[in-house]
Design a protein around this ligand. Structure first.
Ligand code: C2E
Ligand code: MG
Ligand code: MG
Ligand code: MG
Length: 288
């Protein structure tokens, strides 16, 4: 009985896995054509100052409008794009879109020094052409390097032996800002991070989630965030809290001297026009 049952389960499991693998392979195969057909879009999520709620930056987040499957999030295809190498072209396209919009926002709202933040995949950070690619996009779009921030996950920085560090230095030399994304989820070796030319840390969702409830565990998370913010500030880094969803979290993070926040409480990722509308609302004293 047990054996038959076990084999039955295996058969089901295999079929499911087979279907999943096929779906993955299918998606991977059509990625290049999807890029050519313009099926990708970039949304932008507000990053605001915790002190006064003013818009400081936006993070570019890619989406795929799949003709049959509907809207797909990056978690469903960025891994595939990395595996197949398409991430090099897709990543360049996202950066170009984001910098082109950055330039438009700068022209229309010259007083807001809105930073545009773009995720850099491990494979991109390791690509020998990455520095030239970024420099070229900045040149093409006329977007100033100092208003561009590149986000690299902590695990990406730590996982690869030496090489990304070199490209990070060369990227920093271009004048772009560098942020460590999802900070606290990897093997944070601050002694190592300290030697990197980074400007800010993005505190990973779990710490921020922990602050929600106000129970004893939340207190522990608050102490961790408190320590991380102090440490970051001591190293001259600014801190952005990710996944801020409630007023209570925002209040606590402000009290802990966190600099900026991002999350549904401040606004979901929206199309570029949504950011334009928000800038228009808050632009100081513009007549007509
Ligand atoms: P990330 O860089 O950490 O981006 C933040 C993620 O948190 C986004 O997920 C965003 O939609 C989500 N988020 C926003 N507000 C909240 C909130 O209040 N609570 C919670 N729990 N989550 C919130 P998204 O858009 O699904 O992107 C997932 C990941 O995909 C990103 O994580 C980033 O690592 C990657 N990604 C997105 N766009 C790109 C890209 O153009 N290139 C590369 N290489 N990776 C990208
Ligand atoms: Mg990010
Ligand atoms: Mg993140
Ligand atoms: Mg992430």
């Amino acid at each position: 009985w047990a054996k038959a049952d076990g084999r039955g389960r295996w058969a089901v499991y295999d079929a499911e896995r087979g279907a999943r693998d096929n779906a993955r392979a299918g998606l991977a195969a059509v990625l290049p054509a999807a890029l050519e057909r313009g099926e990708f879009t970039v949304d932008y999520q507000p990053i605001v100052a915790l002190t006064d709620g003013s818009l400081r930056a936006v993070e570019a987040l890619v989406r795929w409008r799949h003709p049959e499957l509907g809207l797909l999030g990056p978690d469903q295809f960025i891994g595939l794009a990395e595996e197949t190498g398409l991430i090099i072209r897709l990543g360049r396209w996202v950066l170009h879109q984001a910098c082109a919009y950055g330039s438009r926002w700068r022209r229309e709202f010259p007083d807001t020094r809105l930073v545009v933040s773009v995720n850099l995949a491990v494979r991109q950070a390791n690509d020998p052409g990455v520095v030239d690619m970024v420099a070229e996009v900045l040149r093409d779009t006329g977007f100033p390097a100092e208003l561009l921030q590149l986000e690299i996950t902590e695990s990406a920085v730590m996982a690869t032996g030496g090489e990304p560090v070199r490209s990070l230095r060369r990227l920093a030399a271009l004048g772009v800002r560098l942020a460590i994304d999802d900070f606290g989820t990897g093997y944070s070796n601050l002694a190592y991070l300290r030697r990197l030319p980074i400007h800010s840390l993005k505190l990973a969702a779990p710490f921020v989630e922990g602050i929600r409830s106000g129970d004893a565990l939340a207190l522990v998370d608050e102490r961790i965030v408190d320590a991380l913010v102090r440490l970051a500030h001591a190293l001259g880094l600014s801190v952005t809290a990710e996944a801020v969803e409630t007023a209570r979290q925002a209040d606590r993070l402000r009290a802990l001297n966190c600099d900026t926040g991002q999350g549904l409480f401040y606004g979901a990722p929206v199309a570029a026009e949504g950011i334009t509308a928000r800038l228009r609302e808050t632009a100081p004293g513009r007549a007509g």
